[in-house]
Design a protein around this ligand. Structure first.
Ligand SMILES: [Mg+2]
Length: 364
């Protein structure tokens, strides 16, 4: 099954409401789609969202990495030798993990199609269904309470709240969210690198003292500050999850080896795809650290690949794959079924994406 053509396209879809974190505000998803065609007429799909402030991967960077490095490396290659293709993919250029992730998932898609097995079963087949949390954007407390009520009424019982802009206001926001959510809902928070280590410990102590009952905090300090992360992990009353600090399997190993975090958030766009995500999952399993699977603001092609991974592996105990439900429309055919918090993986061979509604892709 030789790769005969690789096409790139742009896919754009509006969000239901603007998505705000400590780092950015986004109103549309506008991602690069990769279509990998083979000599037996199959098509494998991949997706890469530009997230310059997180991964450094911009739209132009993703297109450049694919056109100048990844596509020339992959054309003419045989998909049946997956292992070799991943070595070539990782070696095609440094960094550019989003572009690599898009190619990686298209390769898994084709391999699964060839051997008529859904990717989640190929990788372990732990379960068919998972439940995602939902992110509540950073806004004034009253507005966040309203968004919380809305999420609870739609059946969500695990909320992810973006914090990290200003500690005092964060606590006010969380009080409003906890009041609206009731005491049974889980509340996890994501500071997106917004605090200093001491500020993080102080703030988390205050939050728990205020009865906010926070399940975990994601990335309290700067991505590069592993010492600071370890400090928070050691002294915080709230379990700490590394997100922006862990891109590669090597990063994960460093965190695990030094006990710098209690939990690790895996995202395909950070690690360069499923083949590297699997290495992180295995490392976490060895160290007895549970994982969350997360996504950027992505549409269903790449989030669907993350669903396959989450359904394959028991070590992934938490799911933050709310990208598709944050979109106002779903013009992508096939793949996992997203019904608010309930996600059901597709049993179609490969990743199960069938294509896009007519006219939704702009080929580059
Ligand atoms: Mg995060």
């Amino acid at each position: 099954m030789k790769i005969t053509d690789i096409r790139l396209a742009r896919f754009t879809a509006p969000l239901r409401v603007p998505f705000k974190t400590a780092l950015r505000t986004v109103e549309n998803v506008s991602d690069i789609i990769v279509e990998v065609h083979t000599d037996d007429g199959r098509v494998g799909y991949g997706e890469a969202p530009p997230t310059g402030v997180i991964t450094g991967d911009t739209t132009g960077g993703i297109i450049g990495a694919l056109k100048d490095h990844i596509i020339p490396t992959m054309l003419g290659k045989d998909v049946e030798y997956l292992e070799e293709l991943f070595t070539l993919l990782d070696g095609s250029c440094v960094h550019n993990t989003s572009a690599k992730a898009a190619m990686d998932m298209a390769l898994y898609d084709l391999y699964g199609q060839k051997y008529q097995i859904p990717v989640y079963k190929m990788l372990g087949g732990a379960r068919k269904q998972i439940e995602t949390d939902i992110t509540i954007s950073v806004n004034p407390p009253e507005e966040m309470a309203e968004d919380t009520l809305n999420a609870i009424s739609r059946g969500y019982d695990c909320l992810k709240i973006k914090v990290g802009k200003d500690a005092e206001t964060d606590i006010e926001r969380l009080k409003a969210v906890r009041r609206a959510a009731g005491k049974n809902a889980k509340i996890r928070i994501d500071a997106n690198q917004g605090w200093s280590p001491r500020e993080a410990v102080r703030t988390l102590e205050k939050m728990q003292a205020a009865g906010l009952d926070i399940e975990l905090v994601e990335q309290p300090v700067k991505a590069h500050d592993i010492e600071g992360l370890r400090f928070v992990t050691q002294y915080s009353p709230v379990p700490v999850m590394a997100d922006e600090s862990v891109f590669s399997p090597r990063d994960a190993l460093e965190i695990l080896r030094t006990n710098a975090a209690d939990l690790i958030n895996i995202k395909l766009m950070k690690c360069g795809g499923l083949h590297n995500a699997l290495k992180i999952v295995s490392a976490c399993e060895i160290y007895g650290v549970e994982c969350m699977i997360g996504c950027m603001l992505e549409a269903k092609v790449s989030v669907n690949a993350a669903v396959h991974l989450a359904c394959a592996k028991r070590q992934i105990t938490r799911v933050d794959l709310d990208g598709p439900v944050l979109l106002r429309e779903d013009p992508i055919l096939g793949g996992a079924v997203f019904k608010e918090k309930d996600i059901t993986v597709s049993d179609a061979p490969g990743l199960g994406i069938e294509g896009f509604e007519a006219g939704r892709l702009t080929y580059l």
